[in-house]
Design a protein around this ligand. Structure first.
Ligand code: ACM
Length: 679
C-alpha cells in the first residue's frame, strides 16, 4: 500500500493542501502569481527607497512607524525591501498602480508615483502579517477607480482630531485615497474660521449631548462659555495636522461647507444672510443678498488655505427653497438674472460659487441636487439619491462619485434592527454593500469612463459616540475599499468575507470597535423563503396607485410570494402615500369563489423617516367584484416609536368569496406592506 503525504491526500480529496500558498490581501489585488519559497526578514534586512525626496521621507517614516525598523540603507544585508519609482510600468495605466516581486532575497515594489509605492508597501505589510515571512510571488495591481472615499459627518455629533487620525490609519491600510469631512450642517459648525469667530464661539455648541436630544429640544445653539455647552470644532491647526497626516498616507482630505441649505447654524450666527433674519436660524441662506456671497467666499478662502484638495465640496442637497419664494431680495435676483424658478436660483448660487472656486484653481463637487436648475459647467456630482443622478451627470460628460443611499449609507442598520443600536433606517449588511457595482458594463464605456469612483458615507444623527461611529464604519468600509480597488470580475463575496473577518480581527487588535460579523443575525426570517398562499400569482387591481418612489415589483408585489426584509428600500416593500388619508386600496381576484380562513398583511413602522403603521384596515369580500361586504375593520391607535417594528393586520374566520379587497388608511406618514396573504 502506498502511503500518501497529507498534501497529496488533500489534492486527492479536492481540498486545498495545508500548505497551499495563497496571499491574503485586502483589497484583493488585480493579479497575483504565487512562486516558490519565502523571503525571511531579519534585523539586517535593509529598506532601499529610490523616489523623489518627499515621497522617500514619507515612505521611510511610515514603514518605520507602522511596520518595523529596517537596517540602515547602505549597510550590507542579505535581504532587502526595495521601493523604486520608475518611468513606466508595462500594462499599468493608473499612477496609483504598482508591481511587486518577492523572491527569497528581495521584495521589490515598482511604481510610477509615491502613491503606487505606498500601496505596494501596504500589500507587503499585509503579506508579512505581523511575521518575518513574506511568500515569494508576483503581484501586478492597480485600482479600478481613482476616487475611493469615506465621508464622515462631524456636524451632527462632533468627532475630534484624534478620532479622525485613527480612521485615516485604517483607511490607508485599505488603499482608500479620499476623506470627505462634512464640516458644517445645522447641528454645528466644526471648523475655525478666523474672520468669523462667532461660527465656533456660538454655532458649534448646544445644551444637549446628542443630536437627537438637541433636535427634539428645539435645536438651539449656546455660547461656548455657557455652563454645560457641548460640542466642539477643529482649530485650523487641527485641520492642517489632519491634512498632513492624511497626505503622508496618500489620502486627500476634501472639506465640505454646506450651502445653500443645511445652514441653520450659519444663519443663526449671521441672521442677516437668511431671508427671514430669524435668529434661531433658517435652513437656507438668502441667495438675493450679496452679503451671503461675501461670507461664503471669505469662508471658502480660509478653507482653501487649509485644504489643498482640488475638490471643494459645497453640499447643495435638500434645499427647501421655501423662503426664497417670498423674499424680496431673492425675487429681485431672479428678475435681474432672468431665473424662471427657485431651482434656477439655487443653480445661480452654485454656478457663482463654482466660478469662484475655479478662479482659485479648485473644482466644485456637490450632492446630486446641484443638477437641478442646470449643472455648473465643471462640477462633479456625488450621487446619493440612488444612482440616477450620477449616471445622468456621467452621460452629460461630468465626473460622478457614486454613493447611493441603498449601498453606501453606513448610518443604516448593519444587522437585524432589534440586535443593533438605533439607526436612521434601512438594512445594509456587509454583503449588500459589497454587492454594489458603481460602473456596471451595461452602462457602456461612454458613461462608465466618467464614473470617478465610490464613497461610503457616515451621517451621525444617531451616532453619538466615537465607538459607535467606528462600529458603523467597520467592517463596511472594508467593502467600499474593495469595490473601489478590485476589478469587478475578481470580486466574490465568498473570497471577501473571510478576508473581511481577518481585517476586522486585526483592527480589533489595534483598538478599533468593529461590528461582529461572526455573530450576524441576518435578514428578517420571513424574507428568506417564499410564502405560498391562495392569492399567490393572482391579479391585483389598485383602486388607488402605489407611491411611485417605492414601486417594488409594481403590480406583482403584493401577491408574488416574496416577503420584505428589514428595509423598506429592499424592493420587496411597496410604498403607499395618497390623497388625504387614503393609502392602500387593492382588490385581489382569486378567479373563482373560494373558501377562505385568513386575510392578512404585515406593515412596517420606522417613524424617523415617516413610515407608520396604518390607523385603520378594512378587509372586504365580494363574489362579483362590485358589491363588497365587510369581513373585518381593524383600528390601530397610531403612536410614534423608536427603531423598527412590524405588525400584522389580519382577519381569521370562515368565508367564501372570489374577490378580496384590502384597504388601509392613515393620517400619519406613508405606509409600507409586502404581501397580502390569503389562506
Ligand atoms: C444627503 O444625504 N443629504 C446628501
Amino acid at each position: 500500500m502506498k502511503i500518501l503525504t497529507l498534501a497529496a491526500l488533500a489534492v486527492l480529496l479536492g481540498m486545498p493542501a495545508a500548505n497551499a500558498r495563497t496571499a491574503d490581501v485586502t483589497p484583493l489585488p488585480a493579479r497575483i502569481t504565487m512562486a516558490e519559497g519565502d523571503m525571511i526578514i531579519t534585523p539586517s534586512t535593509s529598506l532601499v527607497i529610490e523616489a523623489p525626496a518627499e515621497d522617500a521621507a514619507r515612505l521611510r517614516d511610515y514603514a518605520d512607524a507602522e511596520w518595523r525598523r529596517f537596517a540602515p540603507a547602505g549597510k550590507k544585508s542579505s535581504t532587502s525591501v526595495e521601493l523604486k519609482t520608475v518611468k513606466r510600468l508595462e500594462g499599468i495605466e493608473s499612477p496609483e498602480g504598482y508591481r511587486l516581486n518577492v523572491t527569497p532575497r528581495k521584495a521589490l515594489v515598482e511604481a510610477t508615483s509615491g502613491a503606487g509605492l505606498f500601496y505596494g508597501l501596504q500589500t507587503l505589510m499585509q503579506l508579512a502579517d505581523g511575521t518575518d515571512t513574506i511568500p515569494a510571488l508576483n503581484i501586478s495591481d492597480s485600482p479600478r477607480f481613482g476616487y475611493r472615499g469615506m465621508m464622515l459627518d462631524i456636524s451632527r455629533n462632533y468627532r475630534d482630531k484624534n478620532f479622525i487620525l485613527k480612521q485615516i490609519d485604517a483607511l490607508a491600510r485599505l488603499k482608500i485615497n479620499r476623506l470627505h469631512l462634512h464640516l458644517t450642517d445645522g447641528a454645528g459648525w466644526r471648523l475655525e474660521i478666523k474672520k468669523y469667530p462667532r461660527l465656533t464661539e456660538y454655532a458649534a455648541w448646544r445644551p444637549e449631548l446628542t443630536w437627537k436630544e438637541w433636535s427634539d429640544g428645539g435645536a438651539r445653539y449656546i455660547d461656548a462659555s455657557d455652563f454645560g455647552a457641548y460640542g466642539g470644532f477643529l482649530t485650523q491647526d487641527d485641520a492642517r495636522e489632519i491634512v498632513k497626516y492624511a497626505a503622508d498616507r496618500y489620502i486627500t482630505v476634501i472639506p465640505e461647507i454646506e450651502m445653500p441649505s443645511h445652514s441653520e447654524e450659519l444663519t443663526a450666527a449671521f441672521p442677516e444672510i437668511s431671508c427671514t433674519h430669524n435668529p434661531k436660524g433658517e435652513p437656507d441662506v438668502c441667495v438675493g443678498n450679496e452679503k451671503t456671497f461675501e461670507i461664503l467666499q471669505n469662508v471658502l478662502d480660509e478653507v482653501m488655505e487649509i485644504f489643498p484638495s482640488e475638490y471643494i465640496h459645497i453640499g447643495g442637497d435638500e434645499a427647501s427653497k421655501r423662503a426664497w419664494k417670498e423674499c424680496e431680495l431673492c425675487q429681485k435676483r431672479m428678475a435681474d438674472e432672468g431665473l424662471k424658478d427657485v431651482d434656477e436660483l439655487q443653480s445661480y448660487l452654485i454656478h457663482r460659487i463654482e466660478q469662484y472656486l475655479n478662479s482659485k484653481g479648485r473644482s466644485l463637487i456637490g450632492w446630486d441636487e446641484i443638477m437641478e436648475g442646470g449643472l455648473a459647467p465643471n462640477a462633479t456630482v456625488m450621487s446619493w439619491r440612488g444612482t440616477e443622478g450620477g449616471i445622468r451627470a456621467a452621460r452629460s460628460g461630468h465626473q460622478a462619485v457614486m454613493t447611493p443611499g441603498g449601498y453606501c449609507y453606513l448610518d443604516s442598520y448593519q444587522d437585524a434592527p432589534a440586535t443593533q443600536p438605533v439607526a436612521i433606517s434601512g438594512y445594509l449588511p456587509l454583503e449588500r454593500v459589497y454587492s454594489y457595482d458603481p460602473a456596471p458594463d451595461s452602462l457602456g464605456t461612454d458613461v462608465t469612463k466618467w464614473i470617478a469612483g465610490v464613497q461610503g458615507n457616515l451621517w451621525t444623527e444617531h451616532v453619538p459616540t466615537a465607538q459607535h461611529a467606528e462600529y458603523m464604519l467597520w467592517p463596511r468600509m472594508i467593502a467600499i475599499a474593495e469595490i473601489g480597488w478590485t476589478p469587478q470580475e475578481q470580486r466574490r463575496w465568498e473570497s471577501f468575507r473571510p478576508r473581511a473577518l481577518k481585517v476586522s480581527d486585526d483592527m480589533r487588535g489595534k483598538g478599533y470597535t468593529v461590528f461582529d460579523l461572526r455573530g450576524e443575525a441576518g435578514n428578517r426570517r420571513q424574507s428568506t423563503r417564499t410564502v405560498d398562499h391562495l392569492a399567490r400569482g393572482k391579479k391585483v387591481t389598485y383602486n388607488v396607485p402605489w407611491w411611485s418612489n417605492y414601486n417594488a415589483a409594481r403590480e406583482a408585489t403584493l401577491t408574488d410570494g416574496l416577503r420584505g426584509g428589514w428595509s423598506y428600500g429592499d424592493g420587496r416593500w411597496q410604498g403607499f402615500l395618497h390623497r388625504g388619508d387614503e393609502r392602500v386600496d387593492v382588490t385581489i381576484d382569486l378567479e373563482k369563489v373560494t373558501d377562505i380562513t385568513y386575510v392578512g398583511a404585515d406593515f412596517m413602522q420606522i417613524t424617523g423617516p415617516g413610515v407608520w403603521f396604518p390607523a385603520k384596515v378594512e378587509i372586504l369580500i365580494s363574489d362579483n367584484g362590485t358589491d363588497f361586504t365587510e369581513l373585518a375593520t381593524i383600528e390601530h391607535k397610531q403612536k410614534d416609536s423608536t427603531g423598527l417594528s412590524f405588525k400584522e393586520f389580519s382577519w381569521s374566520g370562515n368565508a367564501r368569496a372570489r374577490y378580496v379587497r384590502y384597504r388601509a388608511t392613515s393620517t400619519e406618514g406613508c405606509q409600507f406592506t409586502d404581501e397580502i396573504i390569503i389562506r
